[in-house]
Design a binder for this molecule. Structure first.
Ligand code: ARG
Length: 443
């Protein structure tokens, strides 16, 4: 029973938050006269001492104190005697754990937000460096149209900006204090929930005592945001894996972010990127674990809910590692522009530009232009040349409406610099967008 029941082996991570909540609760009990001011002061001093002890030596794990709440109370009793027994007046472990865990998740969100900002900063710096560097853009992992590396990197910036917004929204929603809901029904003691909420930095107390102790949406919100963020990290990681492989050779990972092989001396493996991709599976699994834990629970608290913490802790630790490693890789990865430039030339990546020119300059409907361009590509394949090598006569032979026209610039440079539409890949657009992003981040 002790083993299956205990959560202290993992919920000891809540000690700071649990002590903070208890100090706020004790102060409120003293202030409202529910307990003597002298007892409140003693409790508070004892809790401060426990905080110092745990900070220095960690939390002692002893299964006879099944969770962090009982572990702290037991130590408080050792330190101050019977007054410790007054701390649990007008509260229950149900509102206590809901409060401590919310505080923990709030701190976790603040950590992730900082890490996301660092990653976004790294992406901005590299995008700035390579705003005009040409690479192939892909669809179906087939060369589609040339783009700039800066534009490609800013695509990830956008994803991480949405992730940051999801974490912000999660933080905003969780910032109500469940303390004072007691077991589930509230309490008959004249508690001041506004006071404890304020002391703990919450915007307000929660409105419904049953919901307060039953709700784990704040943890799910965190995990949903974490899963979305991990998913984006995994896509970027996958690109690094592909780009670092020899047939691509778009990037070289520095020694610090690659590993060798125990048998093949020449290897530089992108292990960190692969592990980010792999950890995403685990983070998503954590979200699923908590959703499955919650889906069948009647109101209010059930002990199943004790299982809310391991997946959140696991996801948070993994996400932190992934964000830090990705930031390190983005900061230091060596891009290889000549390889990217050469690849951009393959696959007739400017075929759309030819079709667009036929529409714009020759007044040919797009569907026909698409067909004519297809014939031009076939001709190039037969000759083993690129589209830019075709002459006016070659094209006029395919369709007479082209006769006598000056052909467009079908180089990848010409293609990229023509894509000036809002949100497009032209270097000048990318630089404008970088300026907008920097301005916004400055505010
Ligand atoms: N260790 C428990 C948890 O994490 C604390 C709440 C216990 N409440 C109860 N009614 N047994 O959920």
């Amino acid at each position: 029973m002790a083993e299956i029941n205990a959560s202290i082996p993992f919920d000891k991570r809540l000690w700071r938050q649990d002590i903070a909540a208890s100090i706020a609760h004790a102060a409120m009990l003293g202030q409202t006269g529910i307990i003597d001011a002298a007892d409140a002061a003693q409790i508070s001093a004892g809790l401060e001492q426990i905080s110092t002890e745990y900070g220095e030596n960690g939390v002692p794990v002893n299964l006879s104190n099944e969770d962090i709440h009982m572990t702290i109370e037991a130590r408080l009793t050792e330190l101050i005697g019977p007054a410790a027994g007054r701390l649990h007046t007008a509260r229950s472990r149900n509102d206590q754990v809901a409060t401590a865990f919310r505080l923990w998740v709030r701190d976790a969100i603040d950590e992730v937000s900082g890490a996301l900002t660092a990653l976004q900063t790294a992406l901005i710096a590299r995008a700035d460096e390579y705003a005009g560097t040409i690479m192939p853009g892909f669809t179906h992992l087939q060369v589609a149209q040339p783009v700039t590396l800066g534009h490609h990197l800013l695509a990830y910036y956008e994803m991480f900006a949405r992730d940051a917004a999801r974490f912000d929204a999660a933080r905003h929603r969780l910032n109500e204090c469940p303390l004072g809901a007691a077991a589930l029904a509230g309490t008959g003691f004249p508690i001041d929930r506004q006071m404890t909420a304020k002391a703990l930095g919450f915007d307000a107390p929660t409105a419904n005592s049953i919901d307060s102790v039953s709700d784990r949406d704040f943890a799910l919100d965190y995990l949903m945001a974490a899963a979305a963020c991990a998913l984006h990290l995994s896509r970027l990681a996958e690109e690094i894996v592909i780009w670092a492989s020899q047939p691509f050779g778009f990037v070289t990972l520095p020694d610090a972010w690659s590993t060798g092989s125990s048998i093949m001396p020449q290897k530089r493996n992108p292990d960190a990127a692969e592990l980010i991709r792999g950890h995403t599976g685990r983070i998503t699994g954590c979200l699923n674990a908590l959703m499955m834990t919650m889906k069948g629970l009647p109101l209010a608290y059930s002990k199943d809910m004790q299982n809310d913490k391991p997946p959140v802790f696991e996801a948070h630790d993994l996400l932190g590692l992934c964000l830090t490693a990705m930031t390190g890789m983005i900061e230091s990865i060596d891009f290889v522009p000549p390889k990217m430039r050469a690849a951009a030339d393959s696959g007739f990546s400017t075929a759309t530009d030819l079709a667009d020119w036929l529409v714009r300059d020759c007044n040919i409907p797009f569907r026909e232009a698409h067909h004519i361009t297809g014939s031009a590509v076939k001709l190039c394949e037969a000759r083993g040349c690129g589209l830019a090598k075709l002459g006016a006569n070659d094209l006029a032979a395919i369709d007479p409406r082209i006769a006598g026209r000056k052909l467009p610039d079908l180089s990848v440079e010409g293609s990229v610099s023509s894509r000036t539409s809002y949100g497009g890949t032209a270097p000048e657009r990318v630089r404008q967008q970088l300026a907008v992003i920097k301005q916004a981040n400055h505010r």
